[in-house]
Design a protein around this ligand. Structure first.
Ligand code: SAM
Ligand code: SF4
Length: 363
């Protein structure tokens, strides 16, 4: 029998006669989950330097030839959809808008997969000039990351003075029909946490869906601390100054965000919803449906995985689609049960921060 060890130090025995990588049932893992949501990173490059993600001086960028080409991206998505049960695609990075062939990539994926939901996560810098072309190319949806509406705080957090460009990008995306827009925000204590309710009010007024993401230990500087992060519970309390939140009755259905209906205190009028992604304090690993591929073609079964499985070398060696699919399946079969932070009874003892920063994984 074959043994596979997981991040939580619990070796699991695989059934005999079923070698890893020979499973017909999509991207299944040994804990009964199946990944159907592909997060594909298009580049490790970025034009911002968010303190929770990248170091001030940036990182050494990958050479162009080490990145997945448009052809390789199209092939991997086809294998994912046709052979492995991928049902949803999100393009991310680094900053995907810095990739010159982004609109072509979206158009090509749309032509090959007319019904596949294709979304993009972007920091919004340069989006104003590309939103219309992305919508016309067939993009389904956009997430724009914006942590504050205050130019000084934005510049402090991202180390770049580009808030106006992000706001213009959001407006252009809305005008291009890429609705509903989702806005992602990470709260940092003493920096932008006091702006949480204001940001929610701004999003509600415009019909955008705001999602707060707990800061995860994926910063290149390794400066994250559990005490320093703003928790989901604190975020709910911060929003409570202006708004009454109640659990959204809709089924969560594997979504990372816990959604809340938002009203003014004492008012029955529903203003909209807000999502809170509590990856650290209220982990949702048991329902995870994600599989990730980095910009250099490595499968990561989890954001916090310290194991990467190379597909690019295989693609370039002339391997058949079935070989690529088998290696992708094997990588996902070994997905750890949980990331090791915040699980009842486990504490953080099993958690080791990955070497890669969020920008180099693809959030
Ligand atoms: N550059 C694009 C952007 O910022 O939207 C796409 C890539 S970025 C890595 C994807 C998302 O990850 C962003 O919403 C960002 O705020 C979030 N993110 C980055 N580092 C994070 C961290 N350490 N903890 C939580 N979220 C993080
Ligand atoms: Fe760039 Fe996005 Fe990371 Fe900010 S969060 S540094 S925009 S990759």
């Amino acid at each position: 029998m074959e043994r596979v060890s997981t991040a939580l130090g619990m070796p699991t025995v695989l059934p005999p006669g079923r070698p890893v990588g020979a499973r017909p049932d999509g991207l299944a893992d040994q804990f009964g989950r199946r990944a159907t949501d592909l997060r594909l990173s298009l580049t490790d490059k970025c034009n911002l330097r968010c303190s929770y993600c990248m170091p001030a001086d940036g990182l050494a960028w990958l050479k162009r030839e080490r990145l997945l080409s448009a052809d390789e991206i199209a092939r991997l998505v086809r294998i994912g959809v046709d052979e492995l049960g991928v049902r949803e695609l999100r393009l991310t990075g680094g900053e995907p808008l810095v990739r010159a062939d982004l609109v072509d990539i979206v158009a090509r994926l749309r032509a090959a997969h007319p019904d596949l939901p294709i979304s993009l996560t972007t920091n919004g810098v340069g989006l104003a000039g590309k939103a219309k072309a992305l919508a016309e190319a067939g993009l389904t949806r956009l997430n724009v990351s914006m942590d504050t509406l205050h130019p000084g705080t934005f510049a402090e957090l991202t180390r770049r003075p580009f808030l106006d460009q992000v706001l213009a990008g959001i407006e252009a995306a809305d005008a291009a029909g890429l609705r509903p827009l989702k806005i992602n925000a990470v709260l940092m204590r003493g920096v932008n946490d006091a702006h949480a309710a204001e940001l929610l009010g701004w999003c509600l007024d415009r019909g955008h869906e705001l999602r707060f993401i707990e800061q995860m230990p994926l910063d290149a500087d390794h400066g994250w601390t559990r005490d320093g992060m703003v928790t989901a519970a604190e975020t709910r309390a911060l929003l409570g100054s202006d708004f009454a939140l109640s659990a959204d009755p809709r089924e969560r259905d594997g979504a990372p965000a816990e959604r809340f209906e938002v009203r003014r205190h004492g008012s029955p009028v529903l203003l909209g919803t807000v999502g809170i992604i509590a990856s650290v304090t209220e982990p949702f690993c048991a329902d995870c449906r994600r599989t990730r591929i980095t910009a250099e073609g490595k499968v990561m079964s989890c954001l916090f995985s310290r194991t990467e499985v190379d597909l690019l070398g295989l693609l370039r060696s002339g391997a058949a689609d079935s070989d690529v699919a088998a290696r992708w399946r094997a990588a996902m079969w070994a997905k750890p049960k949980a990331h090791g932070m915040g699980h009842p009874g486990l504490g953080d003892a099993d958690f080791v921060q990955p070497d890669r920063s969020m920008s180099a994984i693809g959030g």
